[in-house]
Design a protein around this ligand. Structure first.
Ligand SMILES: [Zn+2]
Length: 319
């Protein structure tokens, strides 16, 4: 992929391309933004563009240099990812040995550290000097979703580039390369701006959770309580269910306010949204939406999943 093919991220790409063009690139970058949003892809594109012999500020995607970086077999393109949960000091030391000499053949050697916030404290400390002053013609790109987990000493040594969540239509555009129209309908509402996130989700689980939501919104209190108990037995499913529920409430609010189908996240549930939107006032749906957000935050902070599901399924009028 070249810069011209990147979906969304216009501002970061423009900045990086301008720096390549003017020869004013930084030696250490920190790309921040949601997981699955395309940071690694842009870092790869940066490596290709810096080294492509046929393009000035982009990648051609055809020359041997571009192709070998894409395939992960270029000797001057190095990708570091966590081994298990963390990036260990051994990985950093090994990297430092590997980049001690000048690049084999590339104009710019590029090192991408994905999941940089998962460097152990020792690994981060060992890395500081390299970040401060990388060897000549070496660029380091750290990728992180949780900037607050990075030590200030690391942050202060990198040029930060922020990647915003993609817009819904951009998410759909990316997903169109991987999924059928039907799957996009089902999954795009759950992306939250990150196509990579839905590509990792289990489609069966999502389709099942949607069926459960539709069952829930038209069942008795007793049935909903039973469903909450069943969902609590399968933690992952319970969480997916709540996310779908949140998108559903959002759609009800949007439809009540605009009476337009175009902006609905769950376009596969358009008829149901139309039917249910008239059941309550916008303020009531909004109140439920915020209550559900609180419940989800509670779960992140380790509240009891079954109790949380019960309050969502029983207490909220949208159900
Ligand atoms: Zn090329």
């Amino acid at each position: 992929m070249a810069f011209r093919d990147v979906v969304g991220h216009t501002r970061p790409c423009q900045i990086l391309q301008k720096e390549i063009k003017t020869g004013r690139v930084h030696h250490a970058y920190l790309f921040t933004g949601l997981e699955g949003i395309g940071k690694r892809r842009v870092a790869l594109t940066m490596a290709k563009a810096l080294n492509c012999p046929t393009q000035e500020e982009d990648a051609c995607d055809c020359c041997p240099s571009c192709q070998r970086i894409d395939k992960g077999v270029h000797p001057d393109f190095i990708l570091i990812v966590p081994e298990g949960e963390v990036i260990k000091i051994g990985q950093i030391r090994e990297l430092q040995r590997a980049i001690a000499f000048k690049p084999y053949e590339a104009r710019w050697r590029v090192v991408v550290v994905d999941g940089a916030e998962r460097m152990t404290r020792e690994a981060a400390n060992a890395f500081l000097k390299t970040l401060e002053e990388p060897p000549p013609w070496t660029m380091i790109i750290l990728l992180a979703t949780d900037v607050e987990a990075l030590p200030l000493t690391v942050l202060s040594r990198c040029q930060r580039v922020r990647f915003n969540p993609l817009r819904q239509e951009e998410v759909r555009e990316v997903l169109a390369h991987h999924l059928s129209e039907e799957e996009i309908h089902l999954l795009a509402p759950l992306a939250g701006g990150s196509p990579g996130r839905v590509l990792r989700m289990d489609r069966e689980e999502i389709a099942g959770a949607k069926r459960e939501l539709m069952l829930c919104v038209s069942s008795s209190l007793e049935r909903r309580l039973k469903l909450a108990q069943e969902l609590a037995q399968r933690e992952g499913r319970g969480r997916i269910f709540l996310e779908i529920f949140q998108g559903w409430l959002r759609d009800l609010i949007i439809y009540r306010e605009t009476a337009e189908e175009g902006g609905l996240l769950n376009s596969d549930l358009t008829e149901e949204v139309k039917k249910f939107a008239s059941r309550m006032e916008t303020e009531e749906f909004l109140r439920d939406f915020w209550a559900l957000l609180q419940i989800q935050r509670g779960i992140e902070a380790h509240s009891n999943l079954q109790l949380s599901l019960e309050s969502a399924l029983v207490g909220l009028g949208g159900a």
